[in-house]
Design a protein around this ligand. Sequence first.
Ligand SMILES: Cc1cc2nc3c(=O)[nH]c(=O)nc-3n(C[C@H](O)[C@H](O)[C@H](O)COP(=O)(O)OP(=O)(O)OC[C@H]3O[C@@H](n4cnc5c(N)ncnc54)[C@H](O)[C@@H]3O)c2cc1C
Ligand SMILES: Cc1cc2nc3c(=O)[nH]c(=O)nc-3n(C[C@H](O)[C@H](O)[C@H](O)COP(=O)(O)O)c2cc1C
Ligand code: SF4
Length: 644
Amino acid sequence: MEKYERLFSPIQINSIEIKNRLSMPAMFTKFANPDGSINERIVEYLEARAKGGVGMIVLENTCVDWEYGRANGNPITIHKDSYIPGLYELVIELQKYGVKVFPELHHVGREQMSKYLDGNQPWGPSAVACEGGYDIPKVMTEDDIEYAINKYVDAAIRSKQAGFDGVYIHGAHGYLPYAFLSPKSNKRTDRWGGSLNNRSRFAVELVKRVRNVVGAGYPIIFRFSGEEWVEGGLELAEGVVFAQYLEEAGADALDVSGGGYESIVGSPMQGQAFDSMIYMAEAVKKHVGIPVFGTGSMGMYPALCEQLIADGKVDMLNFGRSLLADPELPNKMKQGREDEIRHCIRCNECLGALDENQGIRCAINPQLGREYKDKVILADKKKNIVIVGAGPCGMQYAITSSERGHEVTIMEKSDRIGGLAFIAGISNYKQKELWSLCQYYKTIAYKRGINVLLNTDASLDIIQTYNPDKVILTTGAEPMELNVPGAQKAANALDVLENDGNGITGRVVVIGGSGVGIDTALFLKDKGCEVIIVEMLCNICGELNGYLTKHLKQLILQNDIKTYSSFCVKEITDSGIIGSFNGRIEQLNCDHVVSAIGFKRRDDSTLHNAISSAGIDVEIIGAQCGSGHIMEVTRKAFVNALMD
Ligand SMILES: Cc1cc2nc3c(=O)[nH]c(=O)nc-3n(C[C@H](O)[C@H](O)[C@H](O)COP(=O)(O)OP(=O)(O)OC[C@H]3O[C@@H](n4cnc5c(N)ncnc54)[C@H](O)[C@@H]3O)c2cc1C
Ligand SMILES: Cc1cc2nc3c(=O)[nH]c(=O)nc-3n(C[C@H](O)[C@H](O)[C@H](O)COP(=O)(O)O)c2cc1C
Ligand code: SF4
């Protein structure tokens, strides 16, 4: 019996059969052209996932109304007939792999600003602005409602013409249909507001009207948020009844997500349970007879996915970020190569990139979005490459070099693979993710026959015994030292994490409110300490993306960790710290002080010069060049390794 027998069993949705229970949900990429048309970048990005074995692919939010309903950036669009040929090309390219393809018909509604709509006011059921700086929407008239519904209907006709296997309607995450559904954003007193029946009318009407034009055999799947997760928003009990309305209206399947722009994000992060969102799909499934899709961290824990299907809690599972991180995940599961999966680390750097008006990027898959350009092909000439340092940078370099046919040796001074990424996994809340990444590097190195020399402090002599054509120094960064009186009394965060707390107990002040300081604080809290974080800048989480910042602030709150921003430490004394805070001198008493004030470049010039003087090509990359995140160092390693 196949290990994931149920996950790899087919399912019927209306007239089509999907080869397995794995669906890639819509994920906005910002890869499209500025006018919303398809390009090679999107095709190759999705083709990699289609090839990887997923059963169906839902195209990212696909715009039905460019004037009033487009997402910020450059979403794929289907608002005009002229986009059909491009979409058709995409669809046939993906269908070659036996994958079913759906567009996600999308109107942004009130979760938008005029400045991103060429000055047009966003539309909504009522004049209730979405929190977070969005514009007050124009209250839609009956005519506007009719106009918007027709936009979806026209887009559905085009979807069929473009060869899609069915349509998805994006009624989740606060977008237009959900804005009508939500009691928080819909304050209307006419037939489109008030009772659940009235608030559901827009979505129900969409399903019925789309059905009229696409015919009985064409699948319509509706995505909505089972709960809105905000005060005054939609609750699950109503979500379940709404699901029944959709079934009655003619939807063939339902995809149950959660939240919207005003809530926590529906892409669960490190520390959240791997099935934290499934309860909503499970509740819906109990009350409808059509297939139900569950979402949230699926694929990151394959055995759990199989169990969810086996237990009949859901019928299909969305593998979102897990396929961004590893497009081949389904094939690896099916072929018994599970240990080769590069599991998503749930850091939401991908979403963070969107907020910075970038195309999506992945912390651990440097090829994401570059499939069309950065191809891993055999090198013209096989080289002997020595890499110093087995952190994420060195490991990515080693893997890519080895895939290109080079002979690779890694020298690592410690007794393990992963560098600081291993230490990052010492805090409980992200241990599974970070250690799984280290394990992935280890497995691939072993399977590819990369020569890993642990406990090896690299020197010119050792390096020369391997007769390299090229040496890569990726020795990472080192902690900065505090420069205040009494600094020697403070422990270093890395020592604390690596040495099971280093004997620290009681009340602790952690100096530094960035990622490392927060991880250390959470670690010490788990050990029973009372923890305070002080940060010199006006905000903690300084350089982290918005999603991580929100998530970490929530963890800090839940763990009852006190924080002081704009606190500049002046001295460490036997009884605690003294610093300036809000223009006055403040003293915080504690039993221990831990320093987590950041990292500096490691000075490798001696080794570099020695290697270079010996006539060997040598390059320094990674964290010791100043980048403090896995995403930057793996990207740099990958790109550079393609050049050898
Ligand atoms: C607590 C903590 C939490 C973090 N959390 C995150 C996070 O959530 N997300 C994120 O993106 N980043 C995080 N980081 C940062 C991330 O770990 C680093 O950006 C990343 O590890 C840098 O990779 P690297 O390969 O360049 O260097 P490193 O990971 O530092 O690896 C360098 C390696 O070189 C080895 N080495 C050094 N000198 C020699 C020598 N002479 N000979 C042989 N080997 C040598 C070292 O032992 C080490 O293994 C965190 C860091 C810490 C400390
Ligand atoms: C980068 C990114 C973009 C997303 N864009 C969309 C989108 O366009 N439409 C949508 O319905 N959901 C979107 N989502 C939500 C995902 O479809 C999915 O429901 C969510 O990430 C949880 O699944 P996962 O944990 O498997 O990633 C996006 C998620 C990510 C990470
Ligand atoms: S960026 Fe982070 S959360 Fe997004 S897919 Fe990659 S590993 Fe997962």
